[in-house]
Design a protein around this ligand. Structure first.
Ligand code: AMP
Length: 115
């Protein structure tokens, strides 16, 4: 999608610190990390966010949650210590980029609820 920053990252049009990539997904370090490990896992195909899901998105969302997130957690050695997966949705949910992304946060104790 034109003017979507995460589409541009997925297409390698703008640089990012990629930690994982396959045909469907790219994962890269957050520019403004909120934890020692803060990675964004993003489907390459543009999806606005959770409210825009259609049934076919189950495949890529399932891939992100079942395959990719735990793989990156192992790769970055936070699997055993623990981590948090977050999907901000809409304005009050704190979503600032309208391309679905799963935050993977770890490397410190998390507080609850998030502020
Ligand atoms: P959210 O507020 O849930 O929509 O998350 C958007 C995230 O994208 C924020 O944590 C930003 O720091 C991050 N972000 C924005 N632009 C970039 C970029 N070019 N590279 C890496 N992370 C980015």
């Amino acid at each position: 999608m034109a003017d979507c920053i995460f589409c541009k990252i997925a297409g390698h049009e703008i640089p990012s610190e990629v930690v994982y990539e396959d045909d469907a997904v790219i994962a890269f370090r957050d520019l403004n990390p909120q934890a020692p490990v803060h990675v964004l896992i993003v489907p390459k195909r543009h999806i606005d966010g959770v409210n825009a899901f259609v049934p076919a998105d189950k495949v890529v969302v399932g891939h992100i949650l079942v395959d990719v997130a735990p793989k990156i957690a192992r790769q970055l050695e936070i699997s055993e210590s623990g981590y948090r997966l977050v999907i901000n949705t809409g304005k009050q949910g704190g979503q600032t980029v309208d391309h679905l992304h799963v935050h993977l946060l770890g490397g410190r104790d998390m507080t609850w609820p998030p502020g």
